[in-house]
Design a protein around this ligand. Structure first.
Ligand SMILES: NC(=O)c1ccc[n+]([C@@H]2O[C@H](COP(=O)([O-])OP(=O)(O)OC[C@H]3O[C@@H](n4cnc5c(N)ncnc54)[C@H](OP(=O)(O)O)[C@@H]3O)[C@@H](O)[C@H]2O)c1
Length: 228
């Protein structure tokens, strides 16, 4: 059975990914900051009590990442999805503390989590490390605004690309996936697609990951590579 771990799984794309993986028969470890208030996840865990487990994780807190690692111990993880993310600052804002928080959650945390769970991935049979990226992290197609978010997603891409090279010797494949503009709290009501449609595409792209597409910036739709 495939074991998937998803960060920020209590709502939005993380929740849609968790629901679809659970429905598809996977074992799903769903991480969120406040399990006690994660009603949708509690419902999912009740429906699939043998395969869905909720674990606390604040990705911005190193001790929380260490505690997740302790709980997992040597458990093999097939697919690790770094999904948790924030907008951080408002569109035209440039402010130090908010910028650093955005970088911490969107760019640094996925690297710290990958490092903490590297051995769990090595023990998995699929060995797939996934980052939920963003088209806004593409430098060559950048418009204006959302500076901190863009910078954080560009940094995420760069870090994940480097891991795809350095960890290839462990057989680890790295997916860098743009989820499209989805109607979540972050994406807002004008998004082009539902979280479910985005999750369906992401899950297909993750299933198709090969050494040739590891470290490539790809869209949730098939066959679309995004420029850095
Ligand atoms: N929606 C889009 O159109 C779109 C487009 C491109 C990329 N993305 C990316 O897709 C991912 C998911 O976004 P979404 O649209 O589903 O957004 P969302 O609905 O706002 O959900 C964000 C998730 O991240 C979690 N999170 C934030 N900070 C966290 C922290 N410190 N520790 C643990 N969890 C934390 C949130 O948990 P809380 O409930 O505890 O805050 C929530 O579960 C993000 O990485 C985002 O950048 C989204």
């Amino acid at each position: 059975m495939t074991t998937v771990l998803i960060t920020g799984a209590n709502r939005g794309l993380g929740l849609a990914l968790a629901q679809q993986y659970a429905a598809d028969g996977a074992e799903v470890i769903v991480c969120c900051r406040e399990p006690a208030r994660a009603d949708a996840l509690k419902e999912l865990a009740a429906s699939f009590s043998d395969r869905v487990r909720i674990m606390p994780l604040d990705v911005a807190d190193e001790s929380s990442i260490a505690s997740l690692k302790r709980m997992l111990a040597d458990k093999p993880i097939d697919i690790l999805i770094n999904n948790a993310g924030i907008n951080g600052l408002s569109v035209n804002e440039i402010e130090a503390e908010g910028w650093m928080t955005t970088m911490r959650v969107n760019a640094l945390a996925p690297m710290l989590i990958a490092q903490a769970l590297r051995d769990n991935l090595r023990r998995g049979s699929e060995k797939k490390l996934v980052a939920i990226a963003s088209i806004l992290g593409s430098t060559s197609s950048a418009g204006g605004g959302k500076y901190a978010y863009r910078a954080s997603k560009a940094a995420l891409n760069n870090g994940m690309r480097a891991l795809s090279r350095d960890w290839a010797s462990d057989g680890i494949l790295v997916g860098i996936l743009n989820p499209g503009w989805a109607r979540t709290k972050m994406g807002g009501d004008d998004g082009f697609i539902s979280p479910e449609e985005s999750a369906r595409g992401l899950i297909s792209r993750i299933a198709e990951l090969t050494p040739a597409t590891s470290g490539v910036f790809q869209d949730y739709r098939p066959g679309v590579t995004i420029r850095w």
